[in-house]
Write a new protein. Structure first.
Length: 636
């Protein structure tokens, strides 16, 4: 989609918000908060709401014959996206209280950091919107935002048919995959005898997630950044893991509650326990490098903030186009300060033992929010994913050490630090994901100010609702023991913080190794954030991005005519959008069945070599489908 093409004229006024938009936006936000909240706790992953909500909103508008459907649908999907934007802070952190046996916290205590963090995330995104979405639109692709825009602009008959067709294929594919397990989702070399021997002898393995949404996101990401991200993954899995096995084979480590030799530990356990911490160090240093490299941008933004603070909001709005109008800067800055003060007061009254502890918590929260919001937004801008849990883990470690020195220990200290983590995690998740929604506003000509206003409302509702989801699911399944929900991020947080607050230590050498690696990458002019993201995330999440990026490259170079190549690339983006939308809907339908206790998954069959080969074959056919359909454009 052309960056400069606005479907709503910036010189005209439209009825963007009305009762119809508010009702459906909040309705979908609540539904997705329930479904995706469960998915977070089950498998530790979220599904973007924009694609399925956009498809449903367009369908409802067509049935009701809405004349003002286009601007309404833009805001419906933006309001509804709050169901996923702020869900991570609740689902990734709060179950840790139940895992650690602290189930005495009130609904109010659990909700405060999630609500305040959500509101702060919207205000942070509003501050940086102009820079990321307008000033540097040529640098930051925002693949999720482009996908949402493609879905919402599917008004050409040929494009609609293509998108619906690819959506149906993806929906059926991912629904069967997640519901029945008729083929393997994660294709790994260890599924074969030679691959197993390779892993045993050399500690090398290769894996790829075959879900359609990841392939579509890879197409939007493009080959360059997909290659850098995957290179980071190869660095972790093909360099760091074999070295750790070679040098530390006689070291003992804890795996599933049992102490075993590292030489006998699974590769995935070594990645989670050691190598992933190198990625966390890289992410942290990438954030610092990003702040330093963007210092002029930060000064520019701060200067604009102060200049707008002392001007009348009416005068500023009069000079700006409708598509450039954000919330008044005085409201943004005043609101951000008020939120930080409220959280600090909440922390002091409920969890801190001394004024020093409160002051330290304030400094940590403020510093890490400023540092990692840039990292998170930049990550979303390139890959549609954000290493929220990794950044939160790093803050959690620093907070545990600093507040531990200030006398905060035991269960009280654990609760206090987890509350800080919940606030930060929510703020980062919202600021990054909401920036994608603001990119949609930029691409399609919606008013950012209206989107920001209603995101605040929707996030408040879904934040409160998410606490209820956690409490209900804890009562139904629990997070510890047989048959419990896995809650992988919360379990990781609990495992890290407990020894730290009881006098243990962090993986400082690994964090430092990652930090120095990020510096080396920066010196080589390789984007350290993209590389670090690949190093931190499991390989199977990154390799589909490379596959999608390769297909995008091949499509954009399939002809000697640059115009034809551009048209083919755009057609491929329509297909990729359909894959993301259909895949998300299919995964959500599967999650809903699980919520109601309908479990048809064939676990034994899905882990068999035959299921792996079927999965590989279907995935290759999917890749061929994208390429053939996208290149089916010839010169007239």
């Amino acid at each position: 989609m052309s960056e400069n093409k606005k479907f709503l004229s910036p010189h005209k006024e439209y009825q963007e918000i009305n009762a119809y938009v508010i009702f459906w936006g909040l309705f979908y936000a609540a539904i997705f908060a329930l479904a995706i909240g469960y998915l977070c706790l089950k498998i530790g992953q979220t599904v973007d709401a924009f694609a399925p909500v956009s498809a449903m909103a367009m369908g409802v508008a067509a049935m009701l014959k809405r004349k003002n459907a286009f601007p309404e649908n833009i805001h419906i999907q933006a309001i509804a996206s709050a169901g996923t934007n702020g869900i991570g802070g609740a689902m990734f952190i709060l179950p840790a209280f139940y895992i650690l046996g602290n189930d005495n916290l009130s609904y109010f205590e659990l909700a405060v950091p999630i609500v305040l963090g959500s509101l702060l995330g919207v205000l942070i995104a509003a501050v940086f919107r102009s820079y990321f979405c307008e000033e540097r639109a040529d640098i930051y692709p925002f693949p999720a935002g482009q996908a949402a825009a493609e879905v919402l602009t599917s008004n050409e008959k040929s494009k609609v048919k293509l998108m619906i067709g690819s959506s149906i294929i993806a929906l059926i594919y991912d629904f069967i995959l997640n519901t029945f397990g008729w083929w393997q989702e994660v294709i790994s070399t260890t599924a074969t005898s030679w691959g197993t021997q390779l892993a045993i002898k050399t500690k090398l393995m290769f894996s790829l997630d075959t879900e359609t949404a990841l392939l579509g996101i890879g197409y939007f990401t493009g080959l360059r950044y997909a290659a850098i991200i995957t290179a980071g993954s190869f660095f972790s899995w093909s360099v760091c893991i074999p070295i750790i096995y070679y040098l530390g084979g006689d070291h003992q480590m804890l795996v599933d509650g049992k102490t075993i030799l590292l030489a006998n530990a699974p590769i995935t356990a070594v990645f989670s326990e050691y190598v992933r911490h190198i990625g966390i160090g890289m992410l942290a240093m990438a954030g610092i490098i990003g702040l330093v490299s963007m210092s002029k941008v930060m000064l520019h933004v701060v200067k604009n903030v102060f200049s707008e603070l002392f001007k009348s909001s009416n005068k500023i709005s009069a000079k700006l186009l409708r598509t450039q109008q954000d919330l008044p800067m005085s409201a943004i800055v005043g609101g951000a300060i008020a939120i930080v003060i409220l959280f600090t007061a909440f922390f002091h009254l409920y969890f801190a033992q001394t004024i020093l502890q409160t002051i330290l918590a304030l400094i940590i929260i403020t510093a890490f929010t400023m540092l990692f919001s840039i990292v998170g937004i930049s990550s979303i801008a390139f890959t549609s994913s954000e290493p929220v849990s990794g950044m939160t883990i790093f803050m959690l470690i620093i907070s545990s050490v600093v507040l531990g020195k200030a006398g905060m220990h035991g269960s009280g200290g654990i609760t206090a630090v987890l509350m800080m983590a919940a606030f930060l995690c929510t703020s980062l998740g919202v600021s990054g994901n909401f920036m994608s929604e603001l990119k949609v506003a930029n691409l399609l000509g919606a008013t950012p100010r209206k989107m920001e206003q209603w995101q605040l409302v929707s996030l408040t509702m879904t934040a409160i609702l998410s606490i209820g989801v956690i409490i209900l699911l804890n009562q139904a399944y629990g997070f510890v023991g047989k048959g419990a929900l896995h809650a992988p991020q919360a379990n990781a947080m609990a495992a890290i913080i407990q020894p730290l607050m009881d006098g243990g230590s962090a993986h400082w050498p690994l964090y430092l190794a990652g930090a120095f690696m990020a510096i080396v990458l920066w010196m080589m002019k390789v984007p350290p954030l993209a590389f670090a993201l690949g190093a931190y995330l499991p390989m199977e999440i990154n390799t589909p991005l490379l596959v999608g990026g390769v297909i995008s490259y091949l499509v954009s170079h399939s002809s000697k005519d640059s115009v034809i190549n551009s048209l083919r690339l755009s057609k491929g983006q329509t297909i990729a959008s359909g894959l993301i939308a259909g895949g998300a809907i299919g995964s959500l339908l599967s999650a809903i069945l699980r919520i109601f206790g309908c479990n048809y998954f064939q676990t034994v069959w899905s882990n068999s070599p035959a299921a792996t080969y079927i999965g590989l074959l279907l995935y290759l056919l999917l890749c061929v489908f994208i390429y053939k359909k996208a290149t089916n454009i010839t010169a007239k």
